[in-house]
Ligand binder design. Structure first.
Ligand SMILES: [Ca+2]
Ligand SMILES: [Ca+2]
Length: 239
């Protein structure tokens, strides 16, 4: 191999090594961790027969946007029923000892497993608004109803800043309930997810695909660098 070729080869190896380091280094940046949690619920257990919860999820993207989804069994979904709500209850610190013991409308029957710190109420009539309420130690206080959720074929979607819940960590526990609102504020739950006294839904970190892509490319290049470094160069010649 000529001197020129050897230098060129060394430069290529260095370039490859540099690219590898950059890709591995930036992979956690581009692959900012997201969080997601979901659960299913049985069909046919809504006490009113309508709006039978079958699925709910909470996801947090790398921009800090929280997306809530509630889905109902086919044929049961009446999207704009007056005097109804779909509530998301959040145990933000995953600590049953803080917040309202249990979940709202259940008394304290779930106090051993859940402490509701915040709730988001999706109210379909008349204007598909959503309200945010937080626990102040004695009662839930209204924060805002400046959200509008969307109605899809079988449920509701809502996005809001995670920061509005007062947290930046996307790991929390939640439960969902479909609620009938009666006169004088009397309310009952028609269906719940998860069931009463069943473990709540937890959001957990999910590596984003972008992260895997950068990491995979970086590791592949690293392998190539290792292979290249094992190849012995022929004696140097000056020509
Ligand atoms: Ca159900
Ligand atoms: Ca709590």
């Amino acid at each position: 191999m000529t001197m020129t070729a050897r230098i060129a080869r060394l430069l290529n190896v260095r370039l490859l090594l540099s690219i590898t380091c950059v890709l591995i280094f930036v992979s956690p940046v581009f692959g900012d961790t997201i969080y997601f949690g979901s659960a299913t619920d049985a069909t046919g257990d809504s006490t009113t027969g309508n709006n039978d919860l079958v699925f709910a999820s909470a996801g947090i993207d790398q921009a800090g946007v929280l997306t809530l989804e509630a889905r109902f069994a086919p044929g049961s979904f009446l999207p704009r029923l007056p005097f109804t709500r779909t509530d998301f209850y959040f145990d933000l610190d995953r600590n049953p000892a803080t917040g309202l013991p249990g979940t709202p409308l259940n008394g304290d029957s779930e106090s051993a497993i859940f402490g509701t710190d915040t709730q988001v109420q999706l109210i379909p009539f008349p204007d598909s608004s959503a309200s945010l309420l937080t626990w102040n130690g004695a009662d839930f206080t209204f924060v805002t109803d400046n959200y509008t959720f969307t109605t899809v074929a079988d449920g509701y979607n809502l996005t809001l800043p995670l920061l509005d819940l007062g947290i930046t960590d996307g790991r929390f526990n939640f439960k969902v309930a479909y609620v009938q609102v009666g006169f004088r504020g009397f309310t009952t739950i028609s269906d719940r997810l998860t069931n009463l006294n069943a473990p709540s839904v937890s959001t957990t970190a999910v590596p984003e695909p972008t992260s895997f892509s950068f990491l995979a490319i970086g590791l592949t290049l690293l392998l190539l660098v290792c292979v290249a470094s094992l190849i012995e160069f022929p004696p140097m010649s000056f020509d």
